[in-house]
Ligand binder design. Structure first.
Ligand code: AMP
Length: 443
């Protein structure tokens, strides 16, 4: 129960309005130490409820203490615009019954307008590093009285080469702040370097690792000959699966556009999201998806990072993700906050090995599925190397035994070349010298 956290009534009212019945594991683990003003280092996936895990305790502390006259009180840094917009949306919901104001500072929107927003002294700044740094270089924001610094999806900021920008921004922030860092993994190579001097005796909360299974997501593979065949399979799945919203991942922008045109021609209600699109267009597509005007989104990984759309219950990996980590990010779009989800990977001959290694790394038992009306030539690799359990099956053991017996027989035959064979036993009906008849009967 959220009431056990002893949060400000206005926040509890908002939580109630959102219909959150009980805290998620990351909220249970992070809210109490964050309320105790500790620095935190939290490993937690997108979709785990981590936004509320950092917003609730920090907003509570802001409400408990009188606000300074000027300057921002909280800075939330995120790797992408979509993620920033999502956090903004969650902030609006959770702070709905408070006076707290915010400013969203990310690329793709007017610089002048953003500068004007800073003049209104919003308590909370939600920003992506690049654009915020531009404002800092123009001397606009004032983080000298900053009380809370949140770094969300820190591992992705590193992967996207944003660590320098982050470090520059952090160096402008009040040193007596509380810092909360969230990352899908705490084992990221660059993380400790980025963190050095940023957090004070942080408490590490490890909720899950990238290898943890998403128990509520069924994971299937369907083999395909090539991208044309994959296109037909995708269209079939969208037309035959029952789903609320679907996300389809491609590895390249060109493929996203190609697939988008094909699916549109097949009458699917869909949109394409990739990095080449203008911000306005990206916002428009996300809006259409949220409103349910379209129910399918074809996206590349970068464009889809962190976006949280309610009701995504089908993920199709048109191209197999290039790494286990990326696969987890993709399937994390579905099965959010405990809901059921289905993730299907379309696997071409070139992708079989990649799929196997991702499966081994994440310990996923992909369920192989076939679509009878859309069968292709490719059925999977000819010889699947026996490993683990498969190596010890009854059939393989029997075959091995048979081989050994045959080899021994060949060896004996070689040794006996030229030797006289023993006469074969004659079975007669005559009594033996001992007076007994042999037990075997003549054929
Ligand atoms: P996040 O990991 O912050 O992106 O959250 C993922 C989704 O879970 C968001 O749509 C939240 O609104 C939702 N959520 C967060 N906390 C809870 C909760 N305690 N109960 C149910 N849903 C939640």
């Amino acid at each position: 129960m959220f009431s056990e956290f002893d949060l400000d009534k206005r926040l509890l009212k908002a939580v109630d309005k959102l219909g959150f019945e009980k805290p998620t594991p990351v909220q249970t683990a992070a809210i109490p130490p964050a309320l105790a003003h500790k620095d935190l280092l939290v490993s937690s996936e997108t979709g785990s409820g981590k936004t509320a895990a950092f917003l609730l305790p920090t907003l509570h502390q802001m409400l408990a203490k009188a606000a300074p006259e000027t300057g921002s009180r909280m800075l939330i840094l995120l790797p992408t615009r979509e993620l920033a917009r999502q956090v903004m949306k969650h902030f609006k919901q959770l702070a709905a019954f408070t006076h707290l104001k915010f400013a969203l500072i990310c690329g793709g929107e007017t610089f002048k307008f953003q500068r004007a927003m800073f003049r209104k002294n919003p308590e909370v700044i939600i920003a992506t590093p690049g654009r915020l740094l531009e404002h800092i270089e123009h001397g606009t924001p004032d983080f000298e009285a900053l009380e809370f610094l949140i770094l969300d999806e820190a591992d992705r900021m590193l992967d996207m080469g944003l660590s320098e920008d982050v470090l520059k921004i952090v160096s402008c922030c009040n040193v007596d702040r509380q810092t909360l860092l969230f990352s899908a993994t705490l084992n990221h190579r660059g993380l400790s370097k980025m963190m050095a001097g940023m957090l004070r005796e942080p408490e590490a909360i490890r909720l899950n690792s990238v290898r943890d299974r998403h128990q509520n997501i069924r994971q299937q593979i369907i083999v395909a000959d090539d991208s044309l065949h994959k296109g037909r399979l995708t269209d079939w799945l969208l037309s035959n699966e029952t789903f609320d919203k679907a996300m389809i991942f491609t590895n390249t922008r060109i493929q996203a556009d190609k697939l988008g045109s094909y699916l549109r021609s097949r009458g699917q209600r869909m949109g394409v999201l990739h990095g080449d699109l203008e911000q306005d267009e990206r916002n428009r597509i996300m809006q259409l998806l949220r409103q349910g005007i379209i129910n399918v989104l074809v996206a590349t990984d970068v464009a889809a990072r962190g976006i949280d759309v309610k009701g995504v219950d089908l993920v199709i990996n048109f191209d197999m993700a290039r790494s286990g980590k990326e696969h987890v990010h993709r399937i994390g779009r579905t099965g959010r906050a405990g809901e059921e989800g289905l993730a299907i990977c379309l696997i071409s001959p070139q992708e079989w090995n990649l799929m196997s290694s991702v499966g081994r790394y994440l310990r996923i038992d992909f369920e192989q599925r076939t679509v009878e009306s859309q069968l292709g030539k490719y059925k999977g690799p000819h010889k699947v190397k026996a490993s683990g359990k498969a190596a010890g099956t009854k059939k393989t053991k029997e075959k091995k035994k048979e081989k050994v017996v045959k080899a021994k027989q060949r060896h004996r035959d070689k040794k006996n070349i030229g030797k006289r064979r023993k006469p074969t036993v004659q079975i007669e009906d005559k009594p033996t010298p001992s007076g007994f008849k042999p037990l075997m009967k003549k054929k």
